[in-house]
Design a protein around this ligand. Structure first.
Ligand SMILES: [Zn+2]
Ligand SMILES: [Zn+2]
Length: 360
């Protein structure tokens, strides 16, 4: 049997095995879903390796677990909560423009039908709080009182005279509200687009930014706690390690070497996560997105606005409240600020502003 025929034989077996696998699990036939599942599997494996080795090598931790079970229980709770948060965030919708458009158009047609049936104008009872628009006409609840098409809603969010080409996506041909952007990985426009997260396999936008922040917060805490446990193990073994250096206890030294390598990689991950957490906390407090911050000079609606002015910020407290607690509507969109609002925000701080907490 030649090498070529052997390769063909192996490939045939592999193809048949894969076909059977796709038949049993149809979701695996899609390459996107396959890579997403692979990512999730890699993440769970990584977590299991870091925590598993700790419990496997650290006899002191096992002893501590027997004496103080609450300590290990708390650690395991954080471990599982982080994994659950990861799966929830990766499977949540970032808030696609197409979904918002469909929602508003469907509600609009429902209201029109109801109005025609009763021969009366649509009342506020017919509309549910589906979409809210913040801006100069602050707190306007669409569909609560008027029926409006998606195009009209989007048009009203831009200054008068803005060309329709400015807000129409050239890829999916939908009208984008301000702060929305087309994601080439998802092939959809995302409301308040932040970035496409490869690690989560989804976009981060208006719909899941809060969940994303909680995920990195939990992951940072878990990383920090695991790092402390690794350091405690190495600290307890360091004097013993020096003694064992003169003897033939290779297994102990090998264990320590593995723990040191894992601790180094863990420390690098922790620094990255901490920076990411601080960065996203800053974005939340100033009501910005990563995309707006990085591409500030290239985004038409941010051009000409002074560097230190955050056009969508409503004050630190309101920004934080909106981010964490404002769950009144499914989709929340923001109008572009007027020239007067930008002028007001760019005004230098006076003593009175500091005393009245203008930034809050
Ligand atoms: Zn698009
Ligand atoms: Zn995306």
């Amino acid at each position: 049997m030649t090498i070529v025929s052997l390769c063909r034989f192996v490939r045939d077996i592999w193809d048949r095995a894969m076909d059977r696998c796709y038949h049993l699990f149809p979701c695996l036939s899609d390459p996107v879903r396959r890579s997403s599942l692979g990512l999730k599997l890699a993440l769970v494996t990584l977590h299991l390796i870091y925590a598993g080795i700790l419990f496997l090598f650290d006899e002191g931790l096992i002893e501590k677990t027997k004496q103080e079970p609450w300590y290990t229980s708390l650690y395991l709770c954080l471990f599982f909560a982080t994994l659950v948060q990861y799966f929830i965030t990766s499977s949540s919708s970032p808030g696609y423009v197409i979904d918002a458009m469909r929602t508003i158009n469907e509600a609009n047609s429902r209201m029109q039908k109801a109005a025609m049936a009763s021969k009366q104008p649509a009342s506020s009872n017919n509309g549910s709080l589906v979409i809210t628009v913040d801006g100069s006409q602050s707190g306007k609840n669409l569909l609560a009182s008027n029926s409006m098409s998606w195009s009209k809603v989007v048009m009203d969010m831009y200054p008068p005279g803005t060309s329709a080409r400015t807000w129409t996506c050239s890829y999916c041909n939908v009208e984008q509200p301000p702060r929305a952007k087309h994601c080439h990985d998802c092939d959809k426009c995302v409301l308040q687009f932040d970035h496409h997260c490869v690690w989560l396999g989804t976009c981060i936008g208006q719909g899941n930014h809060c969940r994303f922040w909680w995920y990195i917060c939990e992951e940072t805490a878990l990383c920090l706690w695991t790092g402390i446990l690794y350091i405690s193990y190495l600290k307890a073994n360091i004097s013993r390690a020096w003694l064992l250096l003169c003897q033939d206890h290779y297994l102990e030294r090998w264990k320590d070497a593995v723990m040191i390598v894992l601790l180094i990689t863990l420390s690098i991950s922790l620094i990255f996560l901490l920076l990411l957490l601080i960065f996203h906390s800053y974005l939340i407090l100033t009501n910005q997105t990563t995309y707006e911050l990085v591409r500030r000079r290239r985004i038409p609606y941010l051009r000409g606005i002074p560097e230190r002015v955050y056009p969508f910020s409503k004050g630190v407290c309101t920004n934080l409240y909106d981010f964490c607690c404002a769950r009144g509507s499914i989709y929340k969109m923001e109008s572009l600020p007027t020239a007067q609002e930008i002028h007001e925000k760019s005004r230098p701080y006076s003593c009175l502003d500091v005393m009245t907490c203008r930034c809050c």
